[in-house]
Design a protein around this ligand. Structure first.
Ligand code: GLP
Length: 235
């Protein structure tokens, strides 16, 4: 696992955007796995800016997001507003789980098929939860899990409550499984702020611990972590 040390969230956003941009700049086709939350917001802002500056439309890019809340389109709206609207990507090349699907089990299967039809994910961007979750894979999730429905933990609900001022906070989500995430060819994990320090410390211990889902990344051959000073404070 490679660690890129940055000082703050601004530098993290720029480094992450440069990393992703260099991957897509010279490629004929790229499948990007994307995350939501506060941490990648600055990366999306920089990527949108680079797209304009370099006049590079993301028409050769396909995206698959990690997760969506059940009964909500909150992450669809987030992606549209913060990224898809700014980069010239055909909307049918962007994919998120449908949290409003009537048959959620079927939706999970469909989402796995979408990823397979794209021939897998080239680069998966991840954030990290305070409890070490990746996507919405909460502590205790089987490391071989595929896309599934989860009951969110108290820790995750309270960390994300601030985003639900206009709608009731969903208690469940659909998430790519840990097994699904691990099949990505390359992984870029972003961690900012002292609230993530404990999860980052556990990650860099190097051992696997199902109670801290991110530790599974020690099993993956190509992981880069970009962490700011706060997130590295317990290393
Ligand atoms: C949510 C998302 C995760 C994200 C995490 C951390 O739970 N499902 O994909 O990594 O929040 O979010 P933030 O970057 O806001 O701390």
């Amino acid at each position: 696992m490679r660690l890129i040390k940055v000082s703050d969230e601004e530098e993290l956003s720029r480094m992450a955007a440069e990393y992703v941009f260099s991957e897509i700049k010279n490629a004929d086709r790229v499948v990007l796995g994307l995350a939501t939350g506060r941490t990648p917001l600055g990366m999306y802002r920089y990527l949108s800016k680079y797209s304009k500056e370099y006049k590079l439309l993301f028409s050769h890019v396909h995206t698959v997001n990690l997760d969506e809340y059940v009964g909500s389109r909150a992450y669809h709206a987030y992606m549209q507003e913060n990224f898809f609207d700014h980069i010239g990507i055909p909307i049918n090349q962007t994919h998120l789980p449908d949290g409003e699907a009537l048959d959620l089990e079927r939706e999970c299967k469909r989402y796995e098929e979408v990823i397979q039809q794209l021939s897998g994910i080239d680069l998966q961007v991840l954030g990290i939860g305070e409890n070490g979750h990746i996507g919405f894979n909460e502590p205790g999730t089987d490391f071989s899990s595929r896309t599934h429905v989860v009951e969110l933990t108290e820790s995750t609900l309270s960390a994300n409550a601030k985003y639900f001022t206009h709608e009731k906070q969903p208690q469940k989500a659909i998430t790519m499984g840990i097994g699904t995430i691990l099949e990505s060819k390359e992984i870029l994990l972003l961690a900012a702020g002292v609230k993530k320090a404990n999860a980052v410390k556990e990650l860099f211990k190097g051992s696997l611990n199902e109670n801290i889902p991110a530790t599974v990344l020690n099993h993956h051959p190509s992981v880069t972590v970009i962490a700011d000073r706060g997130a590295r404070s317990l290393l």
